[in-house]
Design a protein around this ligand. Sequence first.
Ligand SMILES: Cc1ncc(COP(=O)(O)O)c(C=O)c1O
Length: 394
Amino acid sequence: MSQTTTGSELKSLFLLDPSITYLNYGSFGACPREIFEAYQGYQLELEREPVHFITRAGMEYAARSRKELAGYLHCDADDIVWTMNPSYAVNIIAKSFALSPGDEILATDLEYGACDKTWDYYCEKAGAKYRRQKINLPVQDAQQIVEDLFKGFGPRTRLVFVSHLTSSTGMILPVHDIVREAHRRGVPCFVDGAHAPGQIGLDITTLDADMYVGACHKWMLSPKGCSFLYVRRSLQDTIDPLIISWGYKAMFPGPSRFQDYHMVQGTRDYSAFLTVPHCLEFMRKYQWDRVRSHCRAMVRSNATRFFQLLESDPICPIDEEFIAQMLSIPIRCAEPELLYKKLFEKYNIEIPVMRQDDRVYLRYSINAFNQQEDLDRLYDALLEIKKEGQLLEL
Ligand SMILES: Cc1ncc(COP(=O)(O)O)c(C=O)c1O
């Protein structure tokens, strides 16, 4: 049964430390108590009869959970595999991708740092190039992003890799247009959707990406260690597992080689994977569409005063097309780590201050448990810091 719940009631459903103003859901999501208890329930069941759980019951739960996740993502359950986190999934693809000297992977210059490093590593090993193509900011419209990105396309481009929502900017990229353009030019597209599931609507089949990675432990509310990798059926046999184990030439084959390779990886606690049905039930119960639109409205309605306070300009239109539950404000700050530390230590505000190339961004994330007073607290803290005239160079 669905329930209408106020912001403070929603806050009480989470395990977050109430003394902290938590504005960094984008880095690490927070798991509501009832989902966390379901997770611990699976762990207890595992410890009571490890053999039964790891080889039978847990596998059945995992298959059921994968089916429900696939329903939510609008794809076939056998086309997704569980991974511990998006980094793991990006590594699976980057390591499997057969690159030759001179080949290129085309990405934007707004990708997540750890993914840049992964591609750098495997490209360097193969004598290939990871091209971080500049997206001109401020962005005018979706078309401009596509044009900027494909200026980096060349005869040796083998794959396009882009974020669905970028970590540093919080901006939604026009991935439908990017996938279409990559296909028009005859190359596959891999979308890093770490921030998408649970934050924005997602239909993997309609998107038509060749590979897609998403985290459930950010905006889908699961405990940490729950993510997935989708691979188009026709490409699945080209994808190696990161860990070779019983799933290779499986004695008891599952629905596909893809599933065997990536699911059977030695002893591990996969309880986090099993929590997806609980996350979906939680979102239904608390009318998550309503919660999300309330959060998006709060993100956008506060934007102008933060840009004014920090004497900054938006890097994209502040509307539904580009902004969901995260907003990044470019700031001038020589020592972002000190600003982060001050906001946390003096004001108890958890908010990232991130560098990307020569830019620094302050990014607030809003989820169910946040209320207007959280952003007011951030505003007052920044105002005080601004008056001190040290950390913020305005
Ligand atoms: C866009 C993006 N991709 C990938 C990741 C990697 O996620 P994880 O650290 O959970 O592997 C993140 C993490 O914040 C991210 O923001």
